[in-house]
Ligand binder design. Structure first.
Ligand SMILES: [Zn+2]
Ligand SMILES: [Zn+2]
Length: 168
């Protein structure tokens, strides 16, 4: 769980509080599979108190681990996600809350699910471990980043044989 203390934001005369937090997330479920966070993430940004609404603007940075979409190996990738959320409590609204606002009670806000959501939104459409990831052999499933497999050699042999035939 990641908690934000809003006490300062609520009492500060400037209504603007800097935040610089180390946050712990264990894992998150993405469309590309599970992301693990073996090290802590950093959240920097600010809180604005707008007539009782707490507006969070920040940047989440760190490192995650995810499965490569091409070779299926687990690899580390840099996390860089923007977060923008509006939190409301019973006291901060005169009328109906906007449906995108998140409800909170007391002086702390649990931002765990919004942090996860921001990280998931920051992921690219296709996740690969490196630009030149060779992926898996469609024949035997061998990870071609680790070297050639025997299917490959056969393919080359066939091509060579065809070429030889043409030359003959
Ligand atoms: Zn890969
Ligand atoms: Zn193969």
């Amino acid at each position: 769980m990641i908690f934000l203390d809003t006490t300062k934001a609520k009492t500060s005369a400037s209504d603007y509080t800097e935040i610089d937090l180390t946050i712990s997330l264990d894992s998150a479920e993405s469309q590309h599979g599970q992301i693990n966070f073996s090290s802590q993430l950093k959240l920097t940004g600010n809180l604005i108190n707008e007539k009782g609404l707490i507006i969070l603007n920040g940047l989440i940075e760190g490192q995650g681990e995810i499965t490569c979409g091409s070779c299926l190996e687990f690899f580390k990738f840099p996390v860089k996600a923007e977060i923008m959320e509006i939190y409301y409590s019973q006291l901060s609204i005169g009328s109906q809350p906007n449906e995108e606002w998140v409800y909170y009670k007391g002086n702390t806000i649990d931002i765990t699910s919004e942090v996860k959501k921001a990280v998931l939104l920051s992921l690219p459409m296709k996740i690969i471990c490196k630009d030149d990831c060779k992926g898996l052999c469609s024949g035997c499933g061998h990870n071609l980043n680790l070297g050639k497999c025997s299917c490959n050699i056969e393919d080359i042999d066939i091509r060579l044989a065809v070429l030889k035939k043409l030359l003959d």
